[in-house]
Design a protein around this ligand. Structure first.
Ligand code: NAD
Ligand code: ZN
Ligand code: ZN
Length: 387
C-alpha cells in the first residue's frame, strides 16, 4: 500500500510499504478514507520529537472496516468509523481511571489483553504514528491502518455526515474540549486561547459551547487570526506586534483572563525563532507562550496546556505559578472520555468542525502538504489527505 513515511527531519515521502495485517484478535484493518495532518506531526517533521527509524505518520484518521480480528464483535466489515488517536485497552489500571492516554497495554511490547505491563517506563501510552517514544505504532496517513483494541476505540459514524464533518473527532475537537474541561469553564468566564491553529480554534469553539462569556484568540499569523474570527467568532490579538499580556489585562479590568489555554506548545520556540531572531519580540513574550499564559491569567485562575512540549523545553516559571496560585492542567487529550458526547454534538448540529479545512488533497501530495502546512504557505490552516 501507499503510506506517508517519515525518514528524517523535513524528509517525509509517500512510499510503498507492506499492507498491515491482523496480528491480534482485537485488531481491525481500516481502509482509510480521510486523514489529517496535525501540528503534532510537525514536531516530528521538524525533528523536535526525535524518530530514529522510518515510520508511517498520522494519528487523525477514519475509514471503513475491511477486516476484523476474532475478538472484535461490536463492529462489522463495512462500518464507517473514526479512530481516537490514543491507543488504549479500556481495562488496565490507567484506563480504569479514565486516563486512556496513559494506557499500560498500548505500545508494541505491551499490546494485548495479557501484554506485559512495564510500569513507569518511557512516555505515556501509545499514540498512532507518534514516534517510538509514544509506542512505535504505525499511523494512519496511509491507504490502510491496523487499529488496536478495535473492540474499544473506533466509533461508528452516521452515513448522513461527510468524512470532513466527523474526522476531527479523532483528535483536534476532543483536544480543544480537553483544554476547556481542564480549564474548568462553568459559564461566564473570559478565556484567552493562545494559538489559532486547528487546535486553538477547536478550543475556542469548545469554550463557547461551555458557556464562556468572552473568548480571545491570539496568534502571530494574521491569516490564522482571520480564520479564528470566521470559524469561532472570537476577538483576536496579533501577538507579533502587540504586548499580549498587557492587552489581555486591559480587556479584563486589569485582572487577567479566568482561563488561559496554550494551544501552541513548543512550536512557539521554532516558528518564532525561525521567523526572525529578534530580541525585541522575545522580550515582548511572543517567544514564550506558556509564560504569557501564566502572566495573562488572573490570580487563582487556570492555565490549561494542550500544546505539546518535549523535555528540552522544560524551562518552567515556578515563581509566577506559585505566587498567583494558578491551577495548571494539561496533557495529551483524553479522547475516549469525550468522543461520544462530541459526536452527538456534531450529529445534532451544535458544532461545525469542517470549517477549519483549507486543503483537501490526495495522499500522493502529502509530502508537499507537510511543507505548505509547516511553512504556513497558501493560507494553510488544516490539511485533509484522501488516500
Ligand atoms: P499549528 O502548528 O497549526 O498551530 C499552532 C499555532 O500557534 C499557529 O497558528 C502558529 O502561528 C501559532 N503560534 C506560533 N508561535 C506563536 C506565538 N509565539 N504566539 C502565539 N501563537 C503562536 O498546530 P495545531 O494542529 O493547531 O496544534 C497546536 C498544538 O497542539 C501543537 O503543539 C500540537 O502538538 C498540540 N496538540 C496537542 C494535542 C493533545 O492531545 N494535547 C492534540 C493535538 C495537537
Ligand atoms: Zn494531533
Ligand atoms: Zn489500558
Amino acid at each position: 500500500m501507499k503510506a506517508l513515511v517519515f525518514h528524517k527531519p523535513k524528509d517525509v515521502r509517500v512510499d510503498t510499504v507492506n499492507d498491515p495485517k491482523i496480528e491480534h484478535e482485537q485488531d481491525a484493518i481500516i481502509r482509510v478514507t480521510s486523514t489529517g495532518i496535525c501540528g503534532s506531526d510537525l514536531h516530528i517533521y521538524n525533528g523536535m520529537v526525535p524518530q530514529p527509524r522510518p515510520m508511517v505518520l498520522g494519528h487523525e484518521f477514519m475509514g471503513v472496516v475491511e477486516e476484523l480480528g476474532t475478538g472484535v464483535t461490536n463492529l462489522r466489515v463495512g462500518d464507517r468509523v473514526v479512530v481516537p488517536f490514543p491507543v488504549s485497552c479500556g481495562k488496565c489500571h490507567f484506563c480504569d481511571m479514565q486516563l486512556p492516554t496513559h494506557c499500560e497495554r498500548s505500545n508494541e511490547k505491551t499490546y494485548g489483553p495479557e501484554g506485559d505491563i512495564i510500569k513507569g517506563k518511557g512516555a505515556g501510552g501509545a499514540l498512532y504514528g507518534y514516534t517510538d517514544i509514544y509506542g512505535g505504532v504505525d499511523g494512519g496517513q496511509a491507504e490502510y491502518a491496523r487499529v488496536r483494541y478495535a473492540h474499544y476505540n473506533p466509533r461508528i459514524v452516521p452515513d448522513s455526515l461527510t468524512d470532513e464533518q466527523v474526522l476531527f473527532l479523532t483528535d483536534i475537537f476532543p483536544t480543544g474540549w480537553a483544554a476547556v474541561e481542564w480549564g474548568e469553564i462553568k459559564g461566564g468566564e473570559t478565556v484567552a486561547v493562545f494559538g489559532c491553529g486547528p487546535v486553538g480554534i477547536m478550543a475556542q469553539k469548545a469554550a463557547w459551547l461551555k458557556g464562556a462569556k468572552r473568548v480571545i484568540g491570539i496568534d502571530i499569523e494574521e491569516y490564522r487570526l482571520e480564520k479564528a474570527r470566521a470559524a469561532a467568532r472570537v476577538e483576536t490579538i496579533n501577538a507579533w506586534d502587540t504586548d499580549t499580556v498587557k492587552m489581555i489585562r486591559e480587556l479584563t479590568h486589569g485582572y487577567g483572563a479566568d482561563v488561559c489555554i496554550d494551544a501552541v506548545g513548543m512550536e512557539a520556540h521554532r516558528s518564532t525563532a525561525e521567523k526572525v531572531m529578534n530580541v525585541v519580540h522575545m522580550e515582548k513574550g511572543t517567544m514564550k507562550v506558556l509564560e504569557s499564559c501564566l502572566a495573562a491569567v488572573r490570580r487563582g485562575g487556570t492555565v490549561s496546556v494542550v500544546g505539546v512540549y518535549g523535555s528540552p523545553y522544560d524551562n518552567f516559571p515556578l515563581y509566577k505559578w506559585f505566587d498567583k496560585g494558578i491551577k495548571l492542567r494539561g496533557g495529551q487529550a483524553l479522547v475516549q472520555n469525550y468522543i461520544d458526547l462530541l459526536l452527538e454534538m456534531v450529529v445534532n448540529g451544535k458544532v461545525v468542525l469542517d470549517d477549519v479545512i483549507t486543503h483537501k488533497v490526495p495522499l500522493s501530495e502529502a509530502s508537499h502538504m507537510y511543507k505548505i502546512f509547516n511553512d504556513k504557505d497558501d493560507n494553510c490552516v488544516k490539511v485533509v489527505l484522501k488516500p
